[in-house]
Design a protein around this ligand. Structure first.
Ligand code: 3PG
Length: 394
């Protein structure tokens, strides 16, 4: 892909696809990470005399103009982050958008209304892509986190204008390549979360690519049950036992060690600060459920991490939102941060829950790279081609 090093922004109108799909509660932005990580690209383009036309989707309005899903509040947030004015335009294509783009001066930044207000966006309608392309001389995609969608603003328009990867897109792709593309070995992956069924493709791809695959979270219960361990009232997917056994076999064939929990923290009910017990995997009481992995498992994970050169992490080890079931996740997160800082471990993490868990552990800043993407990060780890990335290459 071409980076911004290949683009001369001076006097050019540049359509910048951003991902301003930020978390909002009661009309207020609750996490500005995506906005902050977008600003280097905007700043670079504007400082070099580019006319920056930012576009993005927000939420899922399904082709309708839903007032609560307007990007207008993001213009203010973007202006604050940049320290320069950002003009909001109430459409992303059509006469108003075209007039606004035509009136821009070098270094100006404007923000277009939600691309998903257009029915053609999610259909990747060529007419919408053409409408977007009419606004600009070049296209920059800085929305890695939306690159798993083949939409008009992420894919279609990229084929109509000279297309470049923005600095955030570039950083994401470089980090992922360091994680799984051409990583230094051994590579350890930690995968957690509730269900095997939603992470099947991920587990399948990782057993081919990594040296050690740590499985935690409730999905580990499914593996333990498939191996014949009684898991009591733990969350598990009984219909996935055959699949789980097949994954274990496949891993063996690929020389990938799978590390399942050695001990578990169990409780009778799932609530904050309820009484807990730590038990071996063969001693889960029938009326209790596993909600975290235990200290022996944490030691085993940390042992593998000390040997590792690269770590990829997606999914918490336990029900980390509800203490004390955050214990294992926090402890492993702290070890990852320490090994990254002092032993040269390359640590790459991503996914909404994972980032929340790392923030909760207070170490998100101390990993090598934390992806701003959720679904796109997962699809990349699954080995899928992301349409928004492919369009920059093709
Ligand atoms: C995300 O938040 O993961 C991206 O912005 C994609 O959003 P979507 O799942 O609504 O396509």
């Amino acid at each position: 892909f071409r980076t911004l090093d290949k683009l001369s922004p001076q006097g050019q109108r540049i359509l910048l696809r951003a991902d301003l799909n930020v978390p909002v509660k009661d009309g207020r932005i609750t996490d500005r990470t995506r906005i902050e990580r977008l600003t280097p690209t905007i700043r670079e383009l504007a400082e070099k005399g580019g006319r920056v036309i930012v576009c993005s989707h927000f939420d899922r309005p399904k082709g309708k103009r839903v007032p609560e899903m307007s990007l207008r509040p993001m213009a203010e947030a973007l202006a604050e982050a940049l320290g320069t004015p950002v003009t909001f335009v109430e459409d992303c294509v059509g006469p108003e958008a075209e007039a606004a783009a035509a009136a821009m001066r070098d270094g100006d930044v404007i923000l277009l209304e939600n691309t998903r207000f257009q029915a053609g966006e999610e259909k990747n309608d060529p007419e919408l892509a053409k409408g977007l392309a009419r606004l600009a001389d070049a296209y920059v995609n800085d929305a890695f986190s939306a690159a798993h969608r083949a939409h008009a603003s992420t894919e279609g328009v990229a084929r109509l204008l000279p297309a470049y990867a923005g600095r955030l897109m570039q950083a994401e792709l470089e980090a992922l390549d360091a994680a799984l593309g051409s990583p230094s070995r051994p590579v350890v992956a930690i995968v957690g979360g509730a269900k095997v069924s939603t992470k099947l493709d991920l587990l399948g791809n990782l057993t081919k690519k990594v040296d050690v695959l740590v499985i935690g979270g409730a999905m580990a219960n499914t593996f333990l049950a498939a191996q014949g361990h009684a898991v009591g009232k733990s969350l598990q997917e009984a219909e996935m036992h055959d699949t789980a056994r097949a994954i274990l076999e496949e891993a063996k064939g690929n020389n990938c060690e799978i590390l399942l929990p050695l001990d578990l923290v169990v409780a009778a009910t799932f609530a904050a600060n309820v009484p807990t017990r730590t038990v071996g995997i063969d001693n889960v009481p029938s009326e209790m459920m596993a909600l975290d992995v235990g200290p022996d498992t944490v030691s085993a994970i940390e042992g593998r991490l000390r040997q590792a050169s690269t770590l990829v992490w997606n999914g918490p080890l336990g029900a980390f939102e509800t203490p004390p079931f955050d214990t294992a996740t926090v402890s492993v997160a702290q070890s990852v941060a320490a090994l990254t800082q002092s032993a040269g471990l390359k640590s790459i993490a991503g996914g909404g829950d994972t980032v929340a868990a790392l923030k909760h552990a207070g170490v998100a800043e101390r990993l090598t790279y934390v992806s701003a993407a959720g679904g796109a990060f997962l699809e990349w780890l699954e080995g899928k081609t992301l349409p928004g990335v492919a369009a920059l290459e093709g």
